[in-house]
Design a protein around this ligand. Structure first.
Ligand code: MN
Length: 299
């Protein structure tokens, strides 16, 4: 069974640590998950609050999971939605959308994930959905779990996806141990956000110790995993059917062909509200696209 340890790219955004697990040099996707940022936990004083001006997206759904703090989302469909702890915002860009995000609290801790849309859906009309509450799963021996997307433990999340996908938030306040049944045909990623987690994967001899800044990728064929921690820990379990074809990511766009990117960048630069609409209510400038570099078709 193929297992890969992916190291996140770590940066500091105005004093907030951000760890990017996907895309990674060695791996672009886990299921349809094609981008995974873990921001915080941290505190930003009011003068350095997170304030991301209007910018466009295509071909993806952005999935925001708030752990601590509050963020205001505005988009070109007219949505204005505060995202609070325990809630998910799902913004399906499809053909094109634009949005802004700004923190309303000093405390910030969230996972910002992107889901690649399959060929049949990537040109669809944009959509925004807010989920104020998500199913809690009973996981034995110290773990509390929230089902973010997909089906797990006999429950189904209200958050929809176009391809078979899984997202589970697992948190323990002290020593904990649990066995999770996995879908053997899916690939999985164990992304540790806090603490330290030991993973015993069925069919794999070694016990893998995973810490924040790492994602343990497990290829299809693993039927179950045992999760152990000795102290307070949190991780995201991401999974899904392996995604084909490999998406091409550039800036805020998810496509297939290099030639798509300059078209979208020019649509955004025109500011005519065509493909990407207009974001109302945000106090600040929109973010211009950087110059489009030479890109190669992913393969
Ligand atoms: Mn965005």
């Amino acid at each position: 069974m193929l297992i890969e340890r992916l190291h996140s790219h770590e940066s500091d955004v105005g004093g907030l640590p951000v760890r990017r697990a996907l895309p990674n040099r060695g791996r672009r996707t886990v299921g349809a998950w094609c981008f995974a940022d873990h921001a915080g936990p941290g505190d930003l004083p009011p003068e350095r609050r997170m304030k991301v001006g209007p910018h466009p997206h295509t071909g993806l759904a952005t999935f925001s999971w708030m752990i601590e703090g509050e963020v205001m989302h505005r988009d070109s469909l007219g949505s204005a939605q505060v995202l609070r702890p325990g809630q998910v915002n799902l913004m399906t860009a499809g053909h094109g959308i634009s949005h802004s995000e700004e923190s309303l609290t000093e405390r910030i801790h969230l996972a910002q994930l992107w889901i690649a849309l399959p060929d049949a859906e990537r040109d669809r009309a944009p959509n925004f959905q807010h989920f104020a509450a998500l199913p809690r799963l009973a996981v034995e021996q110290g773990w509390d779990a929230t089902l973010l997307i997909g089906e797990f433990g006999g429950q189904r999340s209200p958050v929809p996806s176009f391809t078979p996908l899984l997202g589970v938030d697992l948190v323990a306040s002290g020593p904990a141990c649990a066995r999770l049944d996995l879908t053997p045909g899916h690939e999985h990623g164990f992304m540790v956000l806090e603490g330290e987690v030991e993973l015993a994967l069925e069919g794999h001899d070694a016990v893998e110790r995973v810490v924040p800044g790492e994602l343990l990728y497990v290829a299809p064929g693993c039927p179950a995993a045992e999760l152990r921690c000795a102290a307070a820990s949190r991780l995201l379990l991401l999974g899904g059917e392996p995604f084909q074809p490999t998406p091409l990511l550039w800036w805020n766009f998810v496509g297939r062909e290099p030639a798509e990117m300059p078209v979208w960048a020019e649509d955004w630069a025109r500011e005519d509200g065509g493909r990407f609409g207009q974001v109302a209510g945000f106090d600040g400038p929109r973010i211009p696209a950087p110059p489009v570099p030479q890109l190669r078709r992913p393969g």
